[in-house]
Design a protein around this ligand. Sequence first.
Ligand SMILES: [Zn+2]
Length: 217
Amino acid sequence: MAENNPLTEEQLKELNEIVSLPPEKQKERLGPFLKSLNPEQTEFLKKQQGQGQECLFCAIANKKIETKIIYEDNNYLGFLDVNPANKGHVLVIPKEHISFSTQIDDAGKLFNIANNMAKKIFDVLKTGSNIFVANGAEAGQRLNHLVVHVIPRFENDNINLTWQGKKIDDKEMGEMQKKLRIEVEKPKVKEYNPEERKNEENKLMKMYERWNKRVPL
Ligand SMILES: [Zn+2]
């Protein structure tokens, strides 16, 4: 560390101990440790962290780490994942350090790139693919830098993206609908009378049941 390090030797020792712990233990001890620091020490540590651990995807975007690039423009980079879920697994990232897809004004551009990757996979690898984004740790995001995964899929490839559908009662579904609804100008759609609607629903349910049996995702 730098000469003008405001941390005491004891604090440094404790910090070294903390970073060598497994992540859950680290969290437990890091809180109280950070609280014990004065503002100057906190500021110093923040700076150190910023310098010492550049985000991996930023380092890739800045070409500090070499990757097999598949796509590049001024704002986005697509490259082969070094630990692919399957051969041909592509990662598309914004070059700027952005954490979540929700922080991009126009995510359409990013999705278009991923979509072109999926097209390429159809055309060249002759197979299907998943396009996958994790927003937040709860969703499985590991790095704090937005990434779109495009994963070629093959039969029996042991990638598990399946889930068991949950039963949610109608009241709760209604509440969720209210909470999540995004209002836009009312689209022009065909209005069905009750009997027509029942018929359409039945047809759809039959189709859905067949589909549900066939496709695991
Ligand atoms: Zn980054």
